[in-house]
Design a protein around this ligand. Sequence first.
Ligand SMILES: [Zn+2]
Length: 223
Amino acid sequence: MILLLFGPPGCGKGTQAAFLSNRFHIPAISTGEMFRAELKAGTELGQKASAIMAAGGLVGDDIVNAMVANRIARPDCANGFLLDGYPRTVPQAQQLSDLLAQRGLPQPVVIHMEVEDRVLVTRLTSRRQCPKCLKIYNLLSQAPRFAGVCDEDGTKLLTREDDQESVIRDRLHAYQQLTGPVLDWFGPARVRTVDGAQSTEEVAKAIEEIVLQATGAPVFVRR
Ligand SMILES: [Zn+2]
């Protein structure tokens, strides 16, 4: 079971990745975690990547691809894995596809969580953060008990720089520029689109059904 999960910032992808990981007993692997693990272990790849990042550069496809190849060879990936945030580019997608073929593994199930920009902008601009304890609130779904102040310490809540509308629109645009060609490369026959504007539970159910159908995994009746 090899899953790729795509979705724009604010779509709730992290929550769904955690759900899928629990539901199917597979690791949810994000590139950020992979980087940190390599850096911490002080591997040659990690040292290369940290030297590039220290010099203010972008880590190239070759290093990222090598990290993914190492990571998915680990024993916890024996039953499958979920990749979150990878592949980010068409060459990475090509490389992943080749790698899976070389190892005799199935091609991935590609899940795309689609949410309209308008909805994402509303969600993300409703976020507030306590500058003291860093707790995050959302005026729509997780409002503080008293308007404008932190439940924990009464500090006045702020909008983070990242959650300003212009910044969000730039991030959404960057996401589409990057991910559009990757999804096109996989093609409409492989990409399964889920309406990410539904509730977290509904999205989870829709994704679960896609995975079960695509992998032919046995369906257990939940009581
Ligand atoms: Zn606080």
